[in-house]
Write a protein of this length. Structure first.
Length: 236
């Protein structure tokens, strides 16, 4: 994929408590807002987003993650359009719970839940000329994967040659903390759903076909996505 002028197509915490905490934030929204008023924090009313999530809640949802390998910093939520915050929405589909649906035209990724709901994440998607659509599945998944620039990138950007043997996982690795690799008929498509630390990329066409979620969102999706999960990429 191309991210900030580079192609990134390949690569290889006790999280349960953390993920439970972050998921609970959404379910405790009314409690938090009510408590804020009770404490006299009336100013929060002016900070509420159109979907009812306050900036304080968003900051908590996208706060720092004490990952075992590389502690993940908080996201600057002021750089994200609030419509791209993670939330539960109604989504009518015949697809089974757990299915991932990528909607590049609206910069969203959905994880289908039960009872006609879905978890919706804001995303960056393929830029013009690099969009694709179709059915795939998660062929493998990796935490802090190695990134190896493809030959095409090395030809166009010789400075990437130093990573021809692979760039180790870490905060500066283009694939981020978690990556889902998309396959079709047993073959890696070269496309991924990966984690990004760049909040300003969400809601944009920033890649050559890969789909990026904020790291905190990607950790949530990754933890609930086993290998063989169906992935549908809609036309843009």
């Amino acid at each position: 994929m191309i991210m900030n002028g580079e192609i990134t197509k390949s690569g290889e915490i006790d999280e349960a408590a953390l993920l439970g905490l972050r998921s609970g934030l959404l379910n405790r929204r009314s409690f938090l807002l009510g408590s804020a008023v009770g404490l006299g924090a009336l100013g929060l009313a002016g900070c509420a987003t159109s979907d009812g999530m306050s900036s304080t809640e968003a900051a908590m949802l996208y706060g720092p993650v004490p990952d075992k390998k590389f502690p993940i910093p908080a996201v600057d939520v002021s750089k994200i359009d609030p419509k791209y915050y993670r939330r539960t929405v109604r989504y009518d589909t015949k697809e089974a719970p757990g299915t991932i649906i990528v909607d590049p035209g609206n910069y969203y990724v959905y994880r289908i839940e039960a009872d006609g709901n879905a978890t919706r994440y804001g995303a960056n998607v393929g830029r013009e000329g690099f969009l694709w659509s179709g059915d795939a599945y998660v062929g493998r998944k990796a935490e802090w994967p190695t990134w190896t620039p493809p030959k095409e990138m090395i030809q166009r950007q010789p400075e990437a040659r130093k990573y021809a043997g692979g760039m180790p996982g870490g905060l500066d690795n283009p694939l981020g903390a978690r990556t889902l690799y998309l396959y079709q008929k047993g073959v890696y498509t070269l496309y991924t759903i990966y984690s990004t630390r760049d909040p300003e990329s969400i809601g944009t066409g920033a890649t050559s076909g890969c789909t990026g979620l904020l790291t905190q969102d990607m950790i949530d999706l990754y933890s609930r996505t086993p290998v063989k999960t169906k992935v549908i990429v809609l036309p843009a």
